[in-house]
Design a binder for this molecule. Structure first.
Ligand code: AMP
Ligand code: MG
Length: 524
């Protein structure tokens, strides 16, 4: 056993031990480390080790006291049973009674691998390990380090995920260390795990067998081998008040520190809604976390965005999920929004874990998106060198409830030009700049269902309407605001004329901001 220190702090005895961390190469396993770890387990100690699903916290499964230590180290409720890990099929006989016929077929196909089966337990398995149940969960992992350790420990290693209860499961040794350093004897660091989500749990005590927890082995894969399987109803209906059949599934799990919300819709709707939520938070001085994918990452402009993987290969998403949830604990964020994923194949398991991490909080993207009448606003002037850019910059500096792409264009732009110096002088006096502006020509692509096009007078508007068949959402500023203020054109006049224009424009942009904000009610 390792050195242990006991000391008193506020009359509470704290048990502090030194956790040994040993790095192991899967492809060149150092037997002496495995023997040492196996010995620790035989003597009733705790060793965390990699499996292909997540890191497990190993203990001797046949030792009641070791089970107690496991629960204490994790802070896990003791009615939440542990899974017993074996390395050979014939090890089953000792720990279970009543092995259904189809077990062998299932084992042939899926063991070693990410599938746990539940059987009636034999007397050799203490109730401490099974959380008081008469059944026992058994898995044969495929990870080479896991298998070597199980053999070295005598064949039966109970192993829940090696995390503090309630936190995301560990997929690296660093995650284990963050949660359990000082509380367990040893961590075997075998690098990142492969699958990243816990095993599928299949209850073999009922016929047809029932999936109690989705994982990498899906219902379809099982049905191909043994015909019908059923799925615990409480997994399908997140609002169910029934108790799930796997006791562990009732607990809040995998939760990051910040409140997580799943946003549901088409991918486009999800991105637009999350963008809006992130923008609103930003306006209020808060920062959100965003769970995005390769496909969507680049569309977010506010918030801390973490790429969870690619939708083209959902395995990448499964592998990164817990690490991303953990990483967000390092960020100063008020809330996290996640896109949702297709509920098929391993997507079932991904959404199951994500929903648990979110405490089942889901919102629909469509109503948030529907509130956004326009996404882009384009001011159109003659040359895009004075009035247009000023209006656009004033609106960019306005307090808007919604994020818009705000731009300006000119009807006659032969080559890109900067704004003239008088414009820049006026902007400077208002603590703004148009230094980086160059004029751009208006084009048909600037007309769309989600773009509001604003001109400075009626004739300009009519010109657009007559020139482009697809004209939509084109208004003069006066028309759009139902206002009769004349907007002067300072072009070619002294600086004072620019100043006058600026003041008039500022007032109109204030009015425009209010009107735009009225479309996004509740944005405050
Ligand atoms: P973990 O080891 O952290 O993956 O959690 C083990 C999971 O297996 C928990 O959700 C347990 O409730 C479940 N489990 C273990 N043994 C049984 C059993 N005998 N019957 C039903 N579920 C079980
Ligand atoms: Mg767990």
């Amino acid at each position: 056993m390792q050195r242990q220190f006991f000391f008193r702090k506020n009359h509470v005895i704290i048990n502090f031990m030194e956790t040994i961390i040993s790095t192991i190469d899967k492809n060149n396993i150092d037997e002496s480390i495995i023997l040492n770890a196996g010995q620790i387990l035989k003597e009733g100690g705790l060793v965390a080790f990699p499996t292909e699903t997540v890191y497990g916290l190993g203990a001797n499964a046949l030792d009641e006291e070791a089970a107690k230590k496991t629960y204490a180290a994790k802070g896990r409720p003791s009615d939440n049973p542990l899974i017993v890990h074996i390395a050979e099929l014939n090890a089953l006989d000792k720990i279970v009674t009543d092995i259904p016929e189809m077990t062998e077929k299932i084992a042939q196909h899926f063991w070693p691998g990410p599938l746990t089966m539940i059987f009636k337990k034999s007397e050799s398995v203490p109730y401490g390990t099974t959380g008081g149940l008469d059944t026992v969960a058994v898995r044969m992992p495929s990870d080479k380090i896991a298998r070597a350790l199980i053999v070295a420990a005598g064949g039966y290693v109970s192993a829940p995920s090696a995390n503090t209860s309630g936190r995301p499961s560990p997929t690296t040794a660093q995650h284990v260390k963050a949660d359990l350093d000082g509380k367990i004897d040893m961590i075997l660091d075998g690098g990142s795990v492969d699958i990243g989500l816990e095993s599928t749990i299949l209850d073999m005590t009922v016929m047809p067998p029932m999936i109690l927890r989705p994982g990498a082995i899906t219902a379809d894969m099982l049905e191909e081998v043994i015909g019908e399987v059923t799925v615990d109803k409480t997994l399908l209906d997140s609002s169910s008040t029934q108790r799930p059949k796997a006791p562990g599934m009732k607990y809040r799990h995998y939760a990051p520190d910040a409140k997580l919300t799943i946003v549901e819709g088409t991918l486009r709707e999800e991105v637009l809604a999350i963008r809006q939520l992130a923008y609103e938070a930003h306006r209020q001085g808060r920062q959100v976390g965003i769970i995005a994918t390769n496909e969507s990452e680049r569309y977010y402009t506010h918030g801390i965005v973490k790429n969870i993987g690619t939708r083209e290969n959902e395995k990448t998403i499964a592998r990164n999920l817990y690490a991303v949830l953990r990483d967000f604990n390092e960020e100063d964020i008020s809330e996290i929004y996640s896109e949702s994923f297709a509920v098929q194949g391993i997507g079932n398991a991904i959404m199951n874990r994500l929903e648990k991490a979110a405490g089942h909080v889901r919102i629909s993207a469509a109503p948030i998106v529907a509130k956004q009448k326009y996404r882009r606003i384009v001011f159109v002037s003659q040359t895009d060198t004075s009035r247009g850019p000023v209006a656009a910059e004033l609106l960019r500096n306005a307090d808007l409830y919604q994020e818009y792409a705000i731009e300006s264009r000119g009807m006659i732009v032969l080559f890109p030009e900067p704004v003239n110096q008088k414009v820049e002088a006026i902007m400077k006096s208002g603590k703004m700049t148009l230094q980086n502006h160059t004029s751009k020509a208006f084009m048909e692509e600037d007309l769309s269902e989600e773009t509001l096009v604003l001109t400075f007078d009626e004739s300009q508007k009519n010109k657009i309407l007559s020139e482009y068949e697809t004209s939509q959402n084109v208004y003069s500023i006066n028309e759009f605001l139902d206002d009769t203020t004349e907007i002067p054109n300072p072009y070619g006049q002294p600086l004072t004329a620019y100043g006058e224009f600026y003041e008039i424009m500022k007032a109109l942009i204030g009015k425009l901001a209010n009107k735009l904000n009225s479309f996004t009610e509740g944005g405050k």
